[in-house]
Design a protein around this ligand. Structure first.
Ligand code: 3HC
Length: 331
């Protein structure tokens, strides 16, 4: 399996002879659906791709707080404000779980955060789009968190223990996120003509970027082969995208909204909604940093990091003082 994955990814670290036995045991454990834990042997390439994916997932959660946080002070009611506050706070917690899971692979949180702040690390393309009206908050909950659930449920069965366990709690909270978003869309779609138009406008702007969240098409996915071999990924990008489309189109119809895809058609024989062509050039541009909000998102994150320096210094000083007191007491 690893050789197959190695062929798929030739620049991965070739195992040393003495590792061959360890490697065989690792592959047998993954094949047997065992969980790989931090202190277990794992190929360097497995460690590297997990650090990559988990840290980018964490960055996405933290950056993802910005577009929605933008509407906390402008929520139309106390109930909506409370739900949005709770959701944004949850996303921060998801980011912290995921940084903690990524750290178990040996890279410090400081280093992971620096990779984001320096622009070296990726985060999900979806968070580089603006939230222009309150309906965007509904569309994000319904579509973005709906897509996240589709992608994260299989990650609860990821072969790497800390990631899989982090996902179990995240998924429970995501379902609240998706429901509150869908309820906002339902309220607007059943409201005045202006409110329904707001909901339609938000769907028009968030539909295609939500499909892009699942990553490039399978043929262009650099990591899927190895991630599927190692049971990090349980489904390919296109499989999860299709699941999301099949689940979401009927929801849009129930809302009485029109999906912005003239090519959308139900394929009776296959039992799937066939959708139009995704603009992968737009995806590439957004991932490369040229999306509508990339610069703002990173500038806001860098400023928050600078503004929070004093908290980190105080916490570090407190921890050092407490450790010194413990040492003195033990002497
Ligand atoms: N945005 C930015 N970069 C993306 C991307 C996206 N939507 N989709 C793929 N990419 C990047 C990959 O990171 C990779 O680049 P890299 O080698 O520099 O890391 C490259 O494009 C090739 O893509 P692959 O398909 O080969 O990469 P993966 O196998 O990692 O698959 C993925 C991409 C499906 C996003 C996978 O990484 C994954 O499942 N990640 C965990 C889930 C996640 O990160 N979700 C992001 C949203 S979090 C969220 O929605 C929170 C919710 O609460 C709102």
């Amino acid at each position: 399996m690893y050789t197959q994955a190695l062929n798929a990814n030739p620049d991965a670290d070739a195992p040393q002879l003495e590792d061959a036995a360890l490697l065989a045991r690792f592959e047998a454990r993954v094949a047997d659906e065992a969980r790989i834990e931090p202190n277990d042997f794992m190929p360097a390439a497995y460690r590297r791709t997990l650090t990559r994916q988990i840290s980018q997932h964490a960055h996405s959660e933290i950056i993802g707080m910005q577009p929605e946080g933008n509407w906390i002070t402008r929520a139309p009611s106390l109930r909506r404000k409370a739900a949005l506050l709770a959701k944004v706070q949850d996303e921060c917690g998801h980011g912290l779980y995921l940084y903690a899971a990524a750290e178990t692979l040996g890279t410090s949180r400081e280093e992971l955060v620096d990779q984001l702040l320096s622009g070296k690390a990726k985060y999900s393309s979806i968070f580089n789009y603006p939230t222009q009206t309150w309906a965007d908050i509904g569309a994000i909950g319904w579509l973005v968190d709906g897509a996240a659930i589709m992608n994260q449920i299989p990650l609860c069965r990821c072969s790497y223990g800390p990631y899989a366990r982090a996902m179990i709690r995240v998924c429970k909270e995501e379902s609240f996120h998706q429901r509150q978003g869908y309820e906002i869309m339902l309220t607007l779609a059943r409201g005045s003509a202006e409110q329904k138009e707001m909901a339609q406008d938000a769907l028009n702007r968030w539909w295609w970027p939500s499909l892009m969240m699942f990553g490039p098409p399978d043929a262009a996915s650099a990591h899927s082969d190895t991630s599927m071999c190692w049971k990090i990924k349980r489904f390919s990008n296109d499989e999860l995208r299709q699941k999301f489309v099949d689940a979401t189109v009927p929801q849009a119809h129930f809302l009485g909204l029109t999906l912005p895809d003239p090519d959308l058609v139900f394929d009776e024989a296959a039992g799937h909604w066939r959708y139009g062509t995704i603009d992968w050039e737009e995806f590439k541009q957004v991932v490369a940093g040229n999306g509508p909000c990339n610069r703002d998102r990173l500038a806001t994150r860098r400023k928050a990091h600078e503004d929070g320096a004093w908290v980190r210094e105080a916490a570090r000083a407190f921890a050092e003082k407490r450790a010194a007191a413990k040492t003195a007491a033990a002497a």
